[in-house]
Design a protein around this ligand. Structure first.
Ligand SMILES: Cc1ncc(COP(=O)(O)O)c(C=O)c1O
Length: 500
C-alpha cells in the first residue's frame, strides 16, 4: 500500500483533472516497475478514501488504464495490472541488478558504459575534472550560510526553490535576455532531473517526443522510461533539418521537441540565429512546446551569437533547462527551469513527487555565491581553463587527424564530433583505442537505435591538457591503421562509468 500512499494529487490544478493525475501516477508506478503484471490495484472506495477524492475519480482513472490495455477487471475480484511496462523498456537489460547477476552479455560499450581507468587519456567524459572545482570559495559560503541560517538550512525547502535564489537567478538570466518572473523559476536537482520532471509532468505512455539525431543519451533514457515514442530529426551543420521537423510535427503531433541549440551534445553544433528564429516560428505555428537544454552556452569561445531559444520565445512555448554541472560542480546537483505559465503547476507537482525539494543548504550557498559575485570570477576562470584545452584540441586535430577524417570544428563548449572515412566503425576504433589507454565516446551511444556509426565524440572536459596532443596523435595513428585495415583488437572491461 505504501506506493499508493505516496501518490500526491494537486487538487488546485486548473489544467489537469484529478482522474488524469491519478491515471498518470499509476502509469508512472508501472513504468518504474513498482506495479508489475498481475499486481492488484486498490479497491475503489478504499483508494478514494486514501486519496481523499471522489470514487468517480478512481473509477475514471482505472477506466482509462483499461482502455489502454494496461489493466483488466476480474468480476468480483478487482482490477489488475495487465502488462509489465517495466520489462518493455529498452534500458531494462542494463539495470544494476542484471549487471550484478551477470545477466548482461553485450559488451559494456553497447550498454552505454565506458571503462575509464586512472591512467587513461580521457576524451570520453563531458564532466569537468575535479581540480577545476572552486572548493575553498564554496566552503566559505557554506560556513557563512550555516552561521547565518542555522537549522533553517536543514529544513524542507519550498518545492519551487529557495526564494532568494530564484530572485538571484531571475536577475542572472535577465543578462541573457531571458525576461521571466521569479514565479517561473523552478529549482531542480540538476538538468537530468529537469528533463525527468518535464517527462513525468507532461508525457503519457505512447506520446510522441521529438529529439535531434544524434542526441543526449540521458534524455533518451528518460523519454523511454516514460513509455514515450521517440522521433528523431537529423541535425545539419546549422541545426535541425526544418523540412523534416515540419513534416514530422504534422505526422506525429508530438508533446514536445527536446533540443540543445548551443554547442549541442554530442556534436558541438550551434544553431544559426536564422534557424533558431525559424524554429520559434514553427513552434508558434503548430503550438509546439520546446524543451531547450542549455547545459553549456556559457562556454562560448568564437561563436558570434549564442542566443538561447528562450530569449527569442515571445509566446511562452519554451521550457528552458539550465544546468550548472559543466561550468560549476556536477555533484552539487543544482540547476533551474524557466517554466511557461501554463505548465507551472504540472511541473511543480512532478518536482514535489520526485524529491520534495532540492537541498536547501546548497541552494542557500549558491545564492550567497551569486550575491557575492564569486560566480562571475569562476566563470572567467573556467573559460580560461577550457579555452586552453579547446585550442590545444583544435591544433591537435588539425595536426594529427588523417585528412580523411571529417570534423566541423565547434565554436565553443567541450565536445568535438568526428566522422571516420569509408564507413569505418567507431566502435572498432574505440576497442583499438582502449588498448592504447585512450577513451572517447563512440557515436552509436547517441543514436536512438544504437546503430553502429562512423562518428564519435571527443570531449575536452576531463582530459589533462598536457595529454591532448599525445592522445590525438595516437588516435590519429590508430585511425590511419584502421584505414589500412590492419585489424582491430578488444579488451575486457572491468570498471564502469556512465557517459554524460
Ligand atoms: C545535454 C545534457 N543535459 C543534461 C545533462 C545532465 O546535467 P546535470 O548534471 O545538470 O543533471 C547533461 C550531462 O552531461 C548533458 O550533457
Amino acid at each position: 500500500m505504501k506506493k499508493f500512499q505516496e501518490i500526491v494529487l494537486n487538487k488546485e490544478s486548473s489544467t489537469q483533472h484529478l482522474y488524469i493525475q491519478l491515471y498518470k501516477a499509476l502509469k508512472d508506478l508501472m513504468v518504474e516497475g513498482r506495479l508489475r503484471k498481475g499486481d492488484r490495484l486498490p479497491p475503489i472506495r478504499k483508494f478514494a478514501n486514501l486519496l481523499e477524492v471522489n470514487n468517480v475519480t478512481v473509477v475514471t482513472a482505472y477506466r482509462i488504464l483499461e482502455e489502454e490495455g494496461l489493466v483488466y477487471k476480474k468480476i468480483g475480484s478487482g482490477t489488475y495490472v495487465a502488462v509489465d511496462l517495466w520489462s518493455n523498456r529498452k534500458f531494462q537489460r542494463y539495470s544494476n541488478e542484471d549487471r550484478e547477476e551477470g545477466l548482461t552479455e553485450a559488451p559494456l560499450i553497447d550498454q552505454g558504459h565506458i571503462q575509464i581507468e586512472e591512467d587513461m587519456i580521457n576524451f570520453a567524459s563531458a564532466t569537468p575534472s575535479t581540480d577545476l572545482f572552486p572548493v575553498d570559495d564554496f566552503k566559505q559560503v557554506l560556513n557563512e550560510v550555516l552561521d547565518r541560517d542555522k537549522g533553517l538550512a536543514f529544513g524542507y525547502q519550498e518545492s519551487q526553490g529557495y526564494y532568494p535564489l530564484r530572485c538571484a537567478l531571475n536577475e542572472y538570466i535577465d543578462n541573457y535576455n531571458i525576461h521571466a518572473e521569479v514565479d517561473n523559476i523552478q529549482i531542480i536537482s540538476g538538468a537530468q532531473q529537469g528533463i525527468d520532471i518535464i517527462a513525468k509532468g507532461l508525457l503519457n505512455y505512447g506520446d510522441y517526443v521529438m529529439i535531434e539525431s544524434p542526441s543526449y543519451t540521458g534524455a533518451m533514457a528518460v523519454f523511454q522510461s516514460r513509455g514515450a515514442k521517440i522521433i528523431d530529426i537529423p541535425l545539419e551543420e546549422d541545426g535541425l533539418n526544418l523540412l523534416d521537423l515540419e513534416k514530422k510535427i504534422a505526422t506525429y503531433q508530438p508533446k514536445f521537441l527536446y533540443i540543445m541549440p548551443n554547442f549541442q551534445n554530442p556534436t558541438g553544433i550551434s544553431y544559426s540565429l536564422a534557424k533558431k528564429k525559424k524554429i520559434i516560428e514553427i513552434a508558434e505555428k503548430h503550438n509546439l512546446l520546446i524543451v531547450e537544454d542549455d547545459y553549456l552556452s556559457d562556454l562560448n569561445f568564437y561563436a558570434s551569437n549564442n542566443a538561447t531559444l528562450k530569449s527569442l520565445d515571445h509566446k511562452d512555448l519554451v521550457i528552458y533547462i539550465k544546468s550548472f554541472s559543466k561550468i560549476f560542480m556536477p555533484g552539487l546537483r543544482l540547476g533551474f527551469l524557466v517554466v511557461p505559465q501554463s505548465l507551472y503547476s504540472e511541473l511543480l507537482l512532478a518536482k514535489h513527487a520526485t524529491d520534495i525539494s532540492t537541498s536547501g543548504l546548497l541552494q542557500r550557498a549558491l545564492e550567497l555565491y551569486l550575491k557575492k559575485g564569486i560566480w562571475q570570477q569562476h566563470i572567467k576562470y573556467m573559460e580560461m581553463q577550457y579555452r586552453e584545452r579547446f585550442e590545444k584540441m583544435i591544433q591537435s586535430i588539425q595536426a594529427y587527424m588523417p585528412r580523411e577524417v571529417e570534423c566541423n570544428l565547434p565554436k565553443g563548449g567541450v565536445n568535438f564530433w568526428l566522422r571516420l572515412p569509408n564507413g569505418l566503425s567507431s566502435k572498432k576504433l574505440y576497442e583499438a583505442a582502449v588498448k592504447e589507454n585512450i577513451v572517447f565516446a563512440p557515436g552509436h551511444l547517441f543514436f536512438l537505435n544504437n546503430r553502429d556509426t562512423d562518428c564519435f565524440r571527443l570531449s575536452i572536459a576531463a582530459v589533462n591538457p598536457k595529454e591532448i596532443h599525445n592522445g590525438i596523435k595516437k588516435l590519429g595513428g590508430l585511425i590511419d591503421f584502421l584505414i589500412q585495415d590492419k585489424g582491430i583488437y578488444s579488451k575486457k572491461a572491468d570498471e564502469y562509468k556512465p557517459i554524460l
